[in-house]
Design a protein around this ligand. Structure first.
Ligand SMILES: Cc1ncc(COP(=O)(O)O)c(C=O)c1O
Length: 359
């Protein structure tokens, strides 16, 4: 399937769940701080907008991406909830849970491994063959076993599920729910709600557009729920090399694509998560399909503004730039005056970051 620059979603706005209230849970965890929201007035003026905001997730609970928000909340729910980390660790012990497994392109697996370590659990993290060595080292640095799968993201998800199914003391903790059978994917979306609740409190006035980068769509589902509840238009941005959500919205049903390749490695998904699909179908207005060079350019642009952002982190900003400056996105531009994007990670592959940004 060849996708154009924009895939518009013809499904009417409806049936989008309210965002989850997970802020109190995260705020009670050690090391919590709201991530910064930067207003960029000079850039807004250059783009002819009234305001541009970038929420900067390059440091979350000591990790360089937003993903711990989803992993920590979802693992807590899997364990039946708990007052604090000690309580959760006790519950894991009582339930006989000793090990967590998940697939990852880097950030989710690192977050699961970090939470496992905090709870005194082991972690086995399955990565696709294309995962950057620095991301694997960071996961191993959390004390996890890293297992490479000679295929893409979906195969890594299946490997982690098979592993957990074969071991009564293990539980799968995937952000992608491939077939709608596990509640974990929905809990991950809920956990990301904290990021948007923080943004709501930090914004001095409402935005009218939110641009969200897409991997399996869990992050964007959380953003769409927040956006729809506040009357904000939600627009996706997705790499052409892994545009499974754009393809799915185009088809009207979830579509699996054999992954080609994108430098936006953490967005390199093959299938939408079943947990977020309905939210995206009923709440995301359109997807802008990005070329890899656009996220590199966005990394440089954000670096020049003092914000460290990796390839996938900068993809929302790349979508914003395309939305406002590319003639082929003109049909989506109406009423875009105040725009919010999330820089979802820092330099999680430092070698490539240095190559792209020049420092
Ligand atoms: C930095 C970063 N941004 C965005 C995403 C997209 O999230 P999702 O896969 O839920 O669409 C990911 C996913 O791993 C990520 O690591």
């Amino acid at each position: 399937m060849t996708l154009g620059r924009i895939v518009t979603n013809s499904t009417a706005l409806a049936d989008v769940p309210a965002p989850a209230d997970t802020l109190a849970f995260h705020a009670a965890l050690p090391g919590y701080a709201a991530s910064p929201l930067h207003e960029l007035p000079t850039l807004a003026a250059e783009l002819g907008l009234d305001a541009v905001y970038v929420k900067d997730e390059s440091s979350r609970f000591g990790l360089p991406a937003f993903k711990f928000l989803g992993a920590s909340w979802a693992i807590a729910r899997m364990l039946g909830g708990g007052a604090d980390l000690d309580d959760l660790a006790r519950r894991a012990w009582t339930l006989g849970v000793r090990r967590l497994t998940t697939a990852t392109d880097g950030n989710h697996g690192r977050a699961v491994a970090h939470m496992a370590r905090l709870l005194g659990l082991e972690a086995t993290i399955y990565v696709p063959a294309t995962c950057a060595p620095a991301r694997m080292e960071a996961i191993a640095g959390e004390g996890a076993d890293v297992v490479t799968v000679a295929a893409g993201y979906d195969a890594a998800v299946r490997a982690s599920i098979a592993d957990a199914a074969a071991d009564p003391s293990a539980r799968a903790a995937n952000d992608a729910d491939l077939d709608g059978t596990s509640p974990f994917g929905e809990w991950v979306i809920e956990g990301y709600g904290t990021l948007f609740a923080e943004a709501a409190a930090q914004l001095d006035a409402p935005v009218d557009v939110l641009v969200l980068q897409l991997g399996v769509g869990a992050f964007a589902a959380a953003g769409v729920r927040w956006a729809v509840a506040g009357g904000v238009r939600a627009i996706g941005s997705e790499p052409r090399g892994a545009a499974c959500i754009a393809a799915s919205l185009h088809a009207g049903v979830p579509v699996t694509l054999a992954t080609s390749h994108t430098t936006m490695a953490c967005l390199d998904a093959e299938s939408p998560s079943a947990a977020g699909w309905s939210t995206l179908k009923h709440g995301m207005e359109a997807v802008i399909v990005l070329e890899d060079a656009e996220s590199d350019e966005a990394m440089r642009g954000l670096a020049a503004l003092g914000i460290e952002s990796g390839e996938s982190g900068a993809a929302g900003f790349a979508g914003l730039v395309a939305l406002i400056t590319d003639p082929s996105c003109a049909s989506l531009r109406r009423q875009a005056r105040r725009v919010l994007v999330i820089s979802t990670e820092g330099a999680t592959d430092p070698r490539r970051y240095a190559e792209v940004v020049g420092r």
